[in-house]
Design a protein around this ligand. Sequence first.
Ligand code: GLN
Ligand code: ZN
Length: 758
Amino acid sequence: MKTSIIGYPRIGKLRELKFASEKYFRNEIEQAELFDVAKKLRLENLAEQKNSGLDFIPSNDFSFYDGMLDTAFLLNAVPKRYKKLGLSLLDEYFAAARGYQGEKGDVKALAMKKWFNTNYHYMVPEIDDDTVLKLSSNKPFELFVEALENGIKTTPVIIGPYTFLKIARYTGKKSKENFFGGITDSYIQIIGKLVNLGAEWIQLDEPCLVKDMSKADIEFFNSLYTKILENKNGIKIRLQTYFGDVRDCYNEICALDFDGIGLDLIEGKKTLELIDKNGFPSDKVLFAGVVNGKNIWKNNYAKTIALLKNLQEKSINTVINTSCSLLHVPYTVKNEVKLSDTYKKYFSYASEKLVELSEIKKIAETDNFITLSEYTANVALFAQARSGCNTDVKEKINALSEKDFTRSPEFAEREKIQKKEFGLPLLPTTTIGSFPQTSDVRQTRSSYKKGNISEVEYEKFMKEKISECIALQESIGLDVLVHGEFERNDMVEYFGECLDGYIFTEKAWVQSYGTRCVKPPIVWGDISRAKPMTVKWSTYAQSLTDKPVKGMLTGPVTILNWSFPREDISLKESAYQIALAIREEVLDLEANGIKIIQIDEAALREKLPLRRCDWNDEYLDWAIRAFRLVHSGVKAETQIHTHMCYSEFGDIIEDIDNMDADVITFEASRSDLTILDVLKAKNFRTEVGPGVYDIHSPRIPTVDEIKSAINKMLSKVAQSKLWINPDCGLKTRGNDETVKSLKNLVEATLEIRKENNL
Ligand code: GLN
Ligand code: ZN
């Protein structure tokens, strides 16, 4: 048996590529130095992979920014506005990635989107009617040669033509079908060049095959590859899929002349069933994705071996593979110096996954493997009871019944009670929670964390900030206030740190986009609330004013989606555990006199399954229930708000109503308020605050602009249901622009109230 991976992280173990690139952006180093750093990282990766015994070693998985952007440059799909700048190739590439503002011009970056169901973001290639797709970069060839010179014959990895054309943006009249000739010729040329360089295999990534495919999609895919595969020139082609199963086109891909097919057996729920039902062609190699490329836990060898034996019994020629690129996990557990071995012995980052692949191979090739030490150690690890078990939490979850997910009285009655309770004016004004995180705030938090200032000093500082923030909001004239969230570094990490069951790493960075990395906390055990998390700050803020101050929490689905989840229990169970902990905080806030509580679900939409038919079964049902569990215990007069960041939720609008919050605020200004039509069409019941201005820009919106946004909203949303607020938290903004913008927001609202006699 042989082993393979689909790709490797490239940002550097200590984020060397990030820091070098950022220096280059600031003109502190020359291009040659950046290239040196990159080459060193690539060679390190290759050496590590070779030493681990990996059989199929990828190349061209390296990128200075993003693999999709590299493919756009490879195929000449680069908008003219970047070419016109007359920059060096690298600078043109970075201009497309990040935008360019300088003596040669002023252009925005390409759009960026989430890469399937990951937290990685790719640059969306832009194709217009003048685009001519043709081979126009040497990167895959140069990187193949570079590895060859170091004694390694790699498998070059390139995004496949179907996925490329499918997720590109077309700005003119043409669509993907018009680029058939250009793209197939380019791939045929790529193959030809790699053949000449001595490549044996090439890997074409087609993750779009795990999404819903129409008949036309399947036909298009078929015709692309029929043409390309007629021109293989003796090279072997691996069609690599990941992030799910290929249920819509399994038979079609088996019928095509591929030499290898990569299938995901981790996230591909139906992959095994497809193989069982339809068989697997005997003339092809199955690259079986059995090692999870997305999570940080060790592989369960007993399960994996059983799976591989099952494939062997079917006489399938199998290569042991990861389920997706290792880009989505951090580099190595070795860099976690502070974390105790109790935890670390369960972890496997990219470098440890290489070791797992070679151990699995050894085990799979050994007849009497049950005595192998690699196997017995792994079995013992999984047999061992893990710390972090909380029977109390487990019992609470088992005891949940329908009433725990149902708030009473029902929405309409609560709405009446709350109107009376708060006596707010029509079109109440509010903000989303955070106020500018100025450098004094960051510094004080970090000094406190390092132990340089005492808890008393820290609290004193925070309370001063809160009281300034309340005074500011009162002077601006907002109706519903917030405490400002100065104590929070991050809306998930803050809660993670206050919850039992979470652990934190030092170096577990994962690329999110370009040079930006995130370090998700890890759900280790059963989650419970160790202590009140926000009560102190919220009650202090409320004590300073007669206006209502919103308590501010992050919801269970967002907390879970931005963490590395457990694999030994379901996501649903983890979400319910987190929900119970947040629920305690909600009830605590209520008991302490907080009358409005906002539970943010910024990332609710993020983990929607890639196939629509799986939305409810696999996600929405429990995600919405987890949210309901958080707030179902409050009194009728307590008002529950929620907030979401992406405007693209027209397609789940009924589910959002079903969260049964009293008020929802969301980002809408950038989507030209199109969401309002959906709200109207679906008779949206929850009160809404579609953001009246974009906080992602330092621009100060004028009173007239805000008024026109409000008037548009009033034409689609009943005035009794409309709230007025910015579209997201203000933490990334400066003080000055924030004050001016909020003053304009209140001014605009007052004028509209007056003009409409509200
Ligand atoms: N309450 C959070 C804030 O205001 C919400 C952040 C978010 O939506 N991402 O910062
Ligand atoms: Zn937001």
